[in-house]
Design a binder for this molecule. Structure first.
Ligand code: C5P
Length: 322
Protein backbone atom coordinates (compact mmCIF):
# COMPACT_ATOMS: atom_id res chain seq x y z
CA UNK A 1 0.00 0.00 0.00
CA UNK A 2 0.90 3.67 0.09
CA UNK A 3 3.94 4.95 -1.73
CA UNK A 4 5.39 1.53 -2.45
CA UNK A 5 2.33 0.05 -4.06
CA UNK A 6 1.50 -3.58 -3.49
CA UNK A 7 3.93 -6.46 -3.61
CA UNK A 8 3.15 -10.18 -3.36
CA UNK A 9 1.54 -11.10 -0.03
CA UNK A 10 2.83 -14.43 1.31
CA UNK A 11 -0.68 -15.46 2.33
CA UNK A 12 -2.05 -15.20 -1.17
CA UNK A 13 -4.92 -17.67 -1.53
CA UNK A 14 -7.25 -18.90 -4.26
CA UNK A 15 -10.06 -17.20 -2.36
CA UNK A 16 -8.67 -13.88 -3.59
CA UNK A 17 -8.73 -14.83 -7.28
CA UNK A 18 -11.36 -13.74 -9.76
CA UNK A 19 -14.37 -16.03 -10.15
CA UNK A 20 -13.04 -17.28 -13.50
CA UNK A 21 -9.55 -18.04 -12.18
CA UNK A 22 -10.96 -19.66 -9.03
CA UNK A 23 -12.91 -22.10 -11.20
CA UNK A 24 -9.87 -23.00 -13.27
CA UNK A 25 -7.76 -23.62 -10.15
CA UNK A 26 -10.53 -25.60 -8.43
CA UNK A 27 -10.81 -27.79 -11.50
CA UNK A 28 -7.13 -28.67 -11.29
CA UNK A 29 -7.37 -29.10 -7.52
CA UNK A 30 -10.06 -31.72 -8.02
CA UNK A 31 -7.85 -33.79 -10.37
CA UNK A 32 -5.05 -36.12 -9.42
CA UNK A 33 -3.48 -37.12 -12.71
CA UNK A 34 -0.17 -38.23 -11.20
CA UNK A 35 -1.50 -40.24 -8.24
CA UNK A 36 -0.40 -37.92 -5.45
CA UNK A 37 -0.80 -39.79 -2.15
CA UNK A 38 -0.88 -36.76 0.12
CA UNK A 39 -4.12 -34.92 0.66
CA UNK A 40 -4.62 -31.42 1.90
CA UNK A 41 -2.69 -29.30 4.36
CA UNK A 42 -0.40 -31.68 6.23
CA UNK A 43 -0.57 -30.08 9.66
CA UNK A 44 -4.16 -28.89 9.41
CA UNK A 45 -5.15 -25.24 9.20
CA UNK A 46 -3.65 -24.48 12.61
CA UNK A 47 -0.11 -25.66 11.82
CA UNK A 48 2.57 -23.18 12.88
CA UNK A 49 3.93 -21.12 10.03
CA UNK A 50 7.65 -21.68 9.49
CA UNK A 51 9.97 -18.68 9.29
CA UNK A 52 12.01 -17.94 6.16
CA UNK A 53 15.22 -19.51 7.61
CA UNK A 54 13.28 -22.62 8.70
CA UNK A 55 11.82 -22.97 5.20
CA UNK A 56 15.29 -22.69 3.67
CA UNK A 57 16.54 -25.49 5.91
CA UNK A 58 13.59 -27.69 4.96
CA UNK A 59 14.31 -27.22 1.27
CA UNK A 60 18.02 -27.81 1.84
CA UNK A 61 17.53 -31.07 3.77
CA UNK A 62 14.36 -32.48 2.25
CA UNK A 63 14.94 -31.95 -1.48
CA UNK A 64 17.50 -33.96 -3.43
CA UNK A 65 18.62 -32.37 -6.68
CA UNK A 66 19.09 -35.56 -8.67
CA UNK A 67 19.40 -36.22 -12.39
CA UNK A 68 19.39 -39.38 -14.47
CA UNK A 69 22.75 -41.03 -15.10
CA UNK A 70 23.76 -43.76 -17.56
CA UNK A 71 24.24 -46.29 -14.76
CA UNK A 72 20.80 -45.78 -13.19
CA UNK A 73 18.37 -48.72 -13.33
CA UNK A 74 16.20 -49.21 -15.43
CA UNK A 75 17.82 -46.76 -17.89
CA UNK A 76 21.11 -48.66 -17.72
CA UNK A 77 19.42 -51.57 -19.53
CA UNK A 78 18.21 -49.48 -22.46
CA UNK A 79 20.22 -49.27 -25.72
CA UNK A 80 20.44 -45.46 -25.46
CA UNK A 81 21.61 -45.35 -21.83
CA UNK A 82 25.07 -44.16 -22.87
CA UNK A 83 23.52 -40.92 -24.16
CA UNK A 84 22.75 -39.99 -20.55
CA UNK A 85 25.46 -38.17 -18.58
CA UNK A 86 27.78 -40.34 -16.50
CA UNK A 87 27.64 -37.85 -13.60
CA UNK A 88 25.00 -35.99 -11.60
CA UNK A 89 24.32 -32.42 -12.69
CA UNK A 90 25.34 -31.18 -9.22
CA UNK A 91 28.82 -32.60 -9.67
CA UNK A 92 29.19 -31.18 -13.20
CA UNK A 93 27.75 -27.66 -12.71
CA UNK A 94 28.91 -24.92 -10.36
CA UNK A 95 29.44 -24.06 -7.62
CA UNK A 96 28.67 -20.48 -8.62
CA UNK A 97 28.83 -17.31 -6.55
CA UNK A 98 25.90 -15.27 -7.80
CA UNK A 99 23.12 -16.53 -10.05
CA UNK A 100 20.14 -15.14 -11.90
CA UNK A 101 16.89 -16.96 -12.48
CA UNK A 102 14.94 -15.23 -15.24
CA UNK A 103 11.23 -16.02 -15.11
CA UNK A 104 9.58 -15.49 -18.47
CA UNK A 105 6.94 -13.10 -17.12
CA UNK A 106 5.49 -10.35 -19.31
CA UNK A 107 6.50 -7.83 -16.65
CA UNK A 108 10.13 -8.19 -17.77
CA UNK A 109 9.17 -6.08 -20.78
CA UNK A 110 10.66 -2.57 -20.52
CA UNK A 111 12.38 -3.54 -17.26
CA UNK A 112 15.85 -2.55 -18.46
CA UNK A 113 17.20 -5.40 -16.28
CA UNK A 114 19.43 -6.89 -18.99
CA UNK A 115 22.78 -5.54 -17.72
CA UNK A 116 22.03 -6.52 -14.15
CA UNK A 117 20.99 -10.03 -15.20
CA UNK A 118 24.12 -10.47 -17.32
CA UNK A 119 26.36 -9.45 -14.39
CA UNK A 120 25.74 -12.79 -12.64
CA UNK A 121 28.10 -15.79 -12.81
CA UNK A 122 25.37 -18.13 -14.03
CA UNK A 123 22.01 -17.40 -15.63
CA UNK A 124 19.06 -19.78 -15.84
CA UNK A 125 16.31 -19.35 -18.43
CA UNK A 126 13.21 -21.37 -19.15
CA UNK A 127 11.59 -23.20 -22.03
CA UNK A 128 11.32 -21.12 -25.21
CA UNK A 129 12.39 -17.78 -23.66
CA UNK A 130 14.67 -15.96 -26.14
CA UNK A 131 17.36 -13.35 -25.48
CA UNK A 132 17.76 -12.19 -29.09
CA UNK A 133 15.84 -8.95 -29.53
CA UNK A 134 15.17 -8.66 -25.77
CA UNK A 135 18.74 -8.09 -24.49
CA UNK A 136 17.95 -4.74 -22.87
CA UNK A 137 15.33 -6.32 -20.63
CA UNK A 138 16.50 -9.90 -20.05
CA UNK A 139 20.24 -9.92 -20.87
CA UNK A 140 22.06 -12.01 -23.44
CA UNK A 141 23.87 -14.78 -21.53
CA UNK A 142 22.40 -18.23 -20.96
CA UNK A 143 24.30 -20.64 -18.73
CA UNK A 144 21.48 -23.13 -18.32
CA UNK A 145 18.03 -23.62 -19.78
CA UNK A 146 15.37 -25.65 -17.98
CA UNK A 147 12.79 -27.03 -20.37
CA UNK A 148 9.70 -29.13 -19.86
CA UNK A 149 8.85 -32.17 -21.91
CA UNK A 150 5.93 -30.40 -23.58
CA UNK A 151 8.27 -27.84 -25.12
CA UNK A 152 10.58 -30.66 -26.25
CA UNK A 153 7.70 -32.43 -27.98
CA UNK A 154 5.57 -29.68 -29.49
CA UNK A 155 5.89 -28.82 -33.17
CA UNK A 156 5.68 -25.06 -32.64
CA UNK A 157 8.82 -24.88 -30.50
CA UNK A 158 11.08 -26.62 -33.05
CA UNK A 159 13.15 -28.04 -30.24
CA UNK A 160 15.37 -30.16 -32.49
CA UNK A 161 16.19 -27.45 -35.03
CA UNK A 162 15.90 -24.03 -33.36
CA UNK A 163 19.16 -22.33 -32.31
CA UNK A 164 17.34 -21.05 -29.21
CA UNK A 165 18.27 -24.22 -27.35
CA UNK A 166 21.88 -24.50 -28.44
CA UNK A 167 23.57 -22.23 -25.90
CA UNK A 168 24.37 -23.35 -22.39
CA UNK A 169 23.53 -26.54 -20.56
CA UNK A 170 20.11 -28.09 -21.10
CA UNK A 171 18.06 -29.49 -18.24
CA UNK A 172 14.76 -31.22 -18.89
CA UNK A 173 11.88 -32.47 -16.78
CA UNK A 174 8.57 -34.24 -17.32
CA UNK A 175 5.54 -34.42 -15.01
CA UNK A 176 6.06 -37.97 -13.76
CA UNK A 177 3.94 -40.24 -11.54
CA UNK A 178 4.08 -39.17 -7.88
CA UNK A 179 5.57 -42.56 -6.98
CA UNK A 180 8.72 -41.47 -8.84
CA UNK A 181 8.99 -45.11 -9.92
CA UNK A 182 11.24 -44.94 -12.96
CA UNK A 183 9.77 -47.96 -14.77
CA UNK A 184 6.25 -46.59 -14.36
CA UNK A 185 7.45 -43.25 -15.67
CA UNK A 186 9.28 -44.77 -18.66
CA UNK A 187 6.01 -46.44 -19.66
CA UNK A 188 3.89 -43.34 -19.29
CA UNK A 189 5.72 -40.07 -19.56
CA UNK A 190 3.45 -37.02 -19.82
CA UNK A 191 5.18 -36.10 -23.14
CA UNK A 192 7.75 -38.13 -25.12
CA UNK A 193 10.76 -36.74 -23.24
CA UNK A 194 13.00 -39.75 -23.90
CA UNK A 195 12.49 -40.00 -27.66
CA UNK A 196 13.11 -36.28 -28.00
CA UNK A 197 16.15 -36.51 -25.73
CA UNK A 198 17.70 -39.23 -27.86
CA UNK A 199 17.05 -37.29 -31.07
CA UNK A 200 18.49 -34.08 -29.65
CA UNK A 201 21.59 -35.84 -28.30
CA UNK A 202 22.25 -37.35 -31.71
CA UNK A 203 22.05 -33.91 -33.35
CA UNK A 204 24.01 -32.06 -30.61
CA UNK A 205 26.28 -34.64 -28.96
CA UNK A 206 28.62 -31.99 -27.51
CA UNK A 207 26.03 -30.00 -25.58
CA UNK A 208 25.61 -31.07 -21.94
CA UNK A 209 22.02 -32.21 -21.38
CA UNK A 210 20.60 -33.51 -18.09
CA UNK A 211 17.20 -34.97 -17.23
CA UNK A 212 15.88 -34.31 -13.74
CA UNK A 213 14.84 -37.27 -11.59
CA UNK A 214 11.08 -37.21 -10.83
CA UNK A 215 11.91 -37.44 -7.12
CA UNK A 216 13.15 -33.87 -7.33
CA UNK A 217 9.91 -32.37 -8.66
CA UNK A 218 7.72 -34.22 -6.15
CA UNK A 219 9.94 -33.47 -3.18
CA UNK A 220 9.73 -29.79 -4.09
CA UNK A 221 5.93 -30.19 -4.42
CA UNK A 222 5.72 -31.70 -0.93
CA UNK A 223 7.65 -28.81 0.60
CA UNK A 224 5.14 -26.41 -0.94
CA UNK A 225 2.10 -28.40 0.24
CA UNK A 226 3.36 -28.94 3.78
CA UNK A 227 3.80 -25.21 4.25
CA UNK A 228 0.39 -24.13 2.98
CA UNK A 229 -2.84 -23.95 4.94
CA UNK A 230 -4.90 -25.08 1.94
CA UNK A 231 -4.80 -27.94 -0.58
CA UNK A 232 -2.60 -27.13 -3.53
CA UNK A 233 -2.96 -28.46 -7.10
CA UNK A 234 -1.74 -32.07 -7.29
CA UNK A 235 0.52 -31.22 -10.24
CA UNK A 236 4.28 -30.64 -10.26
CA UNK A 237 5.67 -27.18 -9.45
CA UNK A 238 6.32 -24.78 -12.33
CA UNK A 239 9.65 -24.74 -14.15
CA UNK A 240 10.30 -21.37 -12.51
CA UNK A 241 10.20 -22.73 -8.98
CA UNK A 242 11.99 -25.99 -9.86
CA UNK A 243 14.76 -23.91 -11.42
CA UNK A 244 14.95 -21.62 -8.40
CA UNK A 245 15.45 -24.55 -6.01
CA UNK A 246 17.96 -26.10 -8.40
CA UNK A 247 19.99 -22.87 -8.50
CA UNK A 248 19.88 -22.60 -4.69
CA UNK A 249 21.78 -25.89 -4.65
CA UNK A 250 24.45 -24.59 -7.09
CA UNK A 251 24.90 -20.93 -6.10
CA UNK A 252 25.80 -18.85 -3.03
CA UNK A 253 23.14 -16.30 -3.84
CA UNK A 254 20.20 -16.50 -6.23
CA UNK A 255 18.39 -13.49 -7.67
CA UNK A 256 15.02 -14.34 -9.17
CA UNK A 257 13.56 -11.82 -11.61
CA UNK A 258 9.84 -11.11 -12.02
CA UNK A 259 8.69 -14.29 -10.30
CA UNK A 260 7.09 -12.03 -7.71
CA UNK A 261 5.64 -9.32 -9.95
CA UNK A 262 7.00 -5.76 -9.78
CA UNK A 263 5.18 -2.50 -10.43
CA UNK A 264 5.21 -3.60 -14.09
CA UNK A 265 2.79 -6.44 -13.25
CA UNK A 266 0.75 -7.27 -16.32
CA UNK A 267 -1.53 -9.96 -17.68
CA UNK A 268 0.90 -10.36 -20.59
CA UNK A 269 1.91 -13.98 -20.15
CA UNK A 270 5.50 -13.99 -21.51
CA UNK A 271 7.79 -11.08 -22.38
CA UNK A 272 8.31 -12.65 -25.80
CA UNK A 273 4.70 -13.32 -26.89
CA UNK A 274 1.52 -11.31 -27.43
CA UNK A 275 -0.66 -13.54 -25.32
CA UNK A 276 -2.58 -12.34 -22.27
CA UNK A 277 -3.72 -14.56 -19.39
CA UNK A 278 -3.55 -13.87 -15.65
CA UNK A 279 -3.14 -17.62 -15.08
CA UNK A 280 0.49 -17.37 -16.29
CA UNK A 281 1.33 -15.29 -13.21
CA UNK A 282 -1.14 -16.82 -10.74
CA UNK A 283 -1.09 -20.46 -11.82
CA UNK A 284 -3.75 -22.86 -13.05
CA UNK A 285 -2.20 -26.29 -13.69
CA UNK A 286 0.84 -25.55 -11.50
CA UNK A 287 0.57 -24.61 -7.79
CA UNK A 288 2.30 -21.37 -8.80
CA UNK A 289 0.47 -19.13 -6.34
CA UNK A 290 1.74 -21.23 -3.43
CA UNK A 291 5.26 -21.41 -4.85
CA UNK A 292 5.22 -17.60 -4.84
CA UNK A 293 4.05 -17.53 -1.21
CA UNK A 294 7.07 -19.66 -0.25
CA UNK A 295 9.50 -17.54 -2.25
CA UNK A 296 8.11 -14.40 -0.59
CA UNK A 297 8.66 -15.94 2.84
CA UNK A 298 12.26 -16.89 2.01
CA UNK A 299 13.17 -13.59 0.35
CA UNK A 300 16.08 -11.78 1.98
CA UNK A 301 15.76 -8.70 -0.18
CA UNK A 302 13.40 -5.78 0.41
CA UNK A 303 9.83 -5.22 -0.73
CA UNK A 304 11.21 -2.21 -2.57
CA UNK A 305 13.43 -4.52 -4.67
CA UNK A 306 10.37 -6.56 -5.57
CA UNK A 307 8.32 -3.50 -6.38
CA UNK A 308 10.86 -1.61 -8.45
CA UNK A 309 13.01 -4.41 -9.91
CA UNK A 310 10.89 -7.54 -9.59
CA UNK A 311 13.91 -8.96 -7.77
CA UNK A 312 13.97 -11.54 -5.00
CA UNK A 313 17.21 -12.52 -3.20
CA UNK A 314 17.58 -16.07 -1.89
CA UNK A 315 20.63 -17.59 -0.20
CA UNK A 316 22.15 -20.73 -1.62
CA UNK A 317 21.97 -23.92 0.46
CA UNK A 318 25.75 -23.89 0.96
CA UNK A 319 25.57 -20.64 2.95
CA UNK A 320 22.51 -21.29 5.14
CA UNK A 321 23.30 -22.60 8.61
CA UNK A 322 20.89 -25.28 9.71
O1 C5P B 1 5.71 -20.32 -19.02
P1 C5P B 1 7.03 -20.88 -18.64
O2 C5P B 1 6.90 -22.10 -17.72
O3 C5P B 1 7.94 -21.16 -19.78
O4 C5P B 1 7.73 -19.75 -17.78
C1 C5P B 1 8.85 -19.99 -16.96
C2 C5P B 1 8.50 -19.78 -15.50
O5 C5P B 1 8.39 -18.39 -15.19
C3 C5P B 1 7.16 -20.37 -15.11
O6 C5P B 1 7.30 -21.76 -14.85
C4 C5P B 1 6.79 -19.56 -13.89
O7 C5P B 1 7.43 -20.07 -12.75
C5 C5P B 1 7.37 -18.19 -14.22
N1 C5P B 1 6.36 -17.25 -14.79
C6 C5P B 1 5.67 -16.40 -13.94
N2 C5P B 1 4.76 -15.51 -14.44
C7 C5P B 1 4.52 -15.45 -15.76
C8 C5P B 1 5.19 -16.31 -16.65
C9 C5P B 1 6.12 -17.20 -16.13
O8 C5P B 1 5.88 -16.45 -12.72
N3 C5P B 1 3.65 -14.53 -16.23
Amino acid sequence: HGLLGEVWDDEMSTSRLSTRMKKVVQNYQAMNKYGVKISGPVGGPSQPKLSGPELLCQLKHKVEVVSLTADLHPFSMLPWASQLPAQQLTSELGPFKSCAVVSSAGSLRNSGLGKEIDSHDAILRFNAAPTSGFEKDVGSKTTMRLINSQVMASEEHRFLSSSLYSSGVLLAWDPAPFSSDLTQWLNRTDYPIFTQYQRYRRLHPQQPFFILHPRFEWQVWQRVQENMAESIQKNPPSSGFLGTVLMMSLCEVVHVYEFLPSKRKTELCHYYQHFYDAACTLGAYHPLLYEKNLVKRMNRGSDHDIYSLGRVTLPGFSVVNC
